[in-house]
Design a protein around this ligand. Sequence first.
Ligand code: OGA
Ligand code: ZN
Ligand code: ZN
Length: 380
Amino acid sequence: MVTLANNLLSIKSLSGSGTKSEFNYVWLRDNCPCSECFHPDTHERTLVTATIPENIAPKSANINDSVLEIIWNENNHRSEYDLDWLRQHDTSQTFYSDDPAQGEMTLWGNELQDSIPTYDYTDLRTNDEILLAWCEAIRDIGLAIVRGAPLEEGEIERFADHVACVREVIYDRLHNVRATPGAYNAYNVASTSLELKPHTDMPNYNNPPGVQMFHFLVNETEGGMSTAVDGFHVAAQLKQQDPEAYDVLTKVAVPFRMFSSRGDVYSANPMLTLDCSGALKVFRYSNQLAQTLNISTSQMDDFYRAYRKLGKLVEASENMVKFRLNSGDMMATNNLRVMHGRTAYDALTGDRHLQLSYMDYDDVLSRIRMIKKARKHGKS
Ligand code: OGA
Ligand code: ZN
Ligand code: ZN
């Protein structure tokens, strides 16, 4: 049943008849669940991984009932592993995920127009199952609308604190967007009545806020429709149509900067940042905040060719949803993936004032885990 060879402990038929599950010795030793190796109260690892000797190996390994027991060649340390736990963490069978916040992304274009996830404000504040659905929509679709929030200043900040917590940026916890000359400092295009092209907010941070959310205290103007574009979807189209252009945008560091009298935040990162498996992790796109490119002259043509192609996909009507938000409505996006914007409006036709706040994406995932945990323990 259990065999030992080549730094691997093998168990036959652990995950079904005929299969052979293999576990690395150092990995097993590193994950010994005993109270000497993991603090029983904090569940943090107390065993120092780097001190596990290279020649660590079981002196003996046996399965009794539903437990694998190992006596190690170092200090006769004894480890017990639940077979269910081994099954779930069987790296030789599958890449496992034991994250309850794990989701599945759906890429979208204009076909989302009539099915944008939309929630009622009061439901979200009073029912954690609906809040869970909202969090999951941010995770899987990257866009959600909330209707009917109170017309009170600071509501978006309170909402962020209800979901998770506010991610502060240099300017404010709460940011006002309004085109009233003199009332607010029109240091960027959002505070004018001009069109605001699809963009992600704050790409000038090395770690941009993961969720951007705003709330209309009033929206009575003609025009000023809200727009959104799935950046991961347009990136996937670019990759398929022109893999070289995609590659360029994963490698060229584009500098972004946002500054005012209160701050000056600058960083340079690729518009398409990949994770260690090569999958797209962060999409940055803000025409207005991009700074003078500082790359070698010989790279310029390739970069601008790639940028032009991506930009055309961003502007393509089949990739964009457009919707009206009224006074009291909120909208939120996964700001590491989905762009938002608005059409131009006529400031003479009425007042328009929104308040904006951010959260970190990790804190939304955290809320998903917490609601699921509470559900498991019968509380909500
Ligand atoms: C912004 C923004 C949207 C709007 O301020 O970054 O995207 O509708 N505003 O004004
Ligand atoms: Zn131990
Ligand atoms: Zn914005």
